[in-house]
Ligand binder design. Structure first.
Ligand SMILES: [Zn+2]
Ligand SMILES: [Zn+2]
Ligand SMILES: [Zn+2]
Length: 144
């Protein structure tokens, strides 16, 4: 079941929002989806877990999480929007340009660059999405 101490739940609580069943259910699904989920996939999983949570409530919760900076969206060159949970302010992945597979990774080592940019431009950087493109090991093996 949903973890009350997960980073997403903590961020919601710190911003002064109540931890309701729809919010907890949605955060739990987002935290266990492996990095990305589409709206259709999310709606199907919410429905399977708790049919009493309506679509409007799901989209209200997604909007709130986006507003709080916990959730980001990416269209990834296509028309389908993916939701990405990033309670710690970063999200990093490599996308295979051949099979479109995502490889998520944790350590971006960007802190020095971020500190430089903050000093140079006088901004406070609050998050980043690092998206790299390449050809994955499986696709390289199949290549001539
Ligand atoms: Zn990702
Ligand atoms: Zn591939
Ligand atoms: Zn990072």
């Amino acid at each position: 079941m949903a973890n009350l101490e997960s980073p997403g739940v903590r961020a919601l609580r710190e911003a002064g929002y109540k931890i309701t069943t729809p919010r907890l259910t949605i955060l739990d699904i987002l935290e266990h989806c492996g990095g990305h989920i589409t709206a259709a996939e999310l709606l199907a999983q919410v429905e399977a877990r708790d049919p009493s949570i309506g679509r409007a409530s799901v989209f209200r919760t997604l909007d709130l999480l986006i507003k709080l900076g916990i959730l980001w969206t990416s269209a990834e060159g296509g028309s389908t929007i993916h939701y990405m949970l990033m309670p710690n302010g970063h999200h990093h992945h490599i996308i295979c340009t051949s099979c479109r597979r995502h490889i998520e990774f944790d350590d971006c080592q960007l802190s020095a660059l971020i500190a430089d940019l903050e000093a140079q431009y006088g901004v406070k950087i609050e998050g980043h999405l690092l998206e790299l493109y390449g050809v994955c090991a499986d696709c390289r093996q199949g290549a001539p």
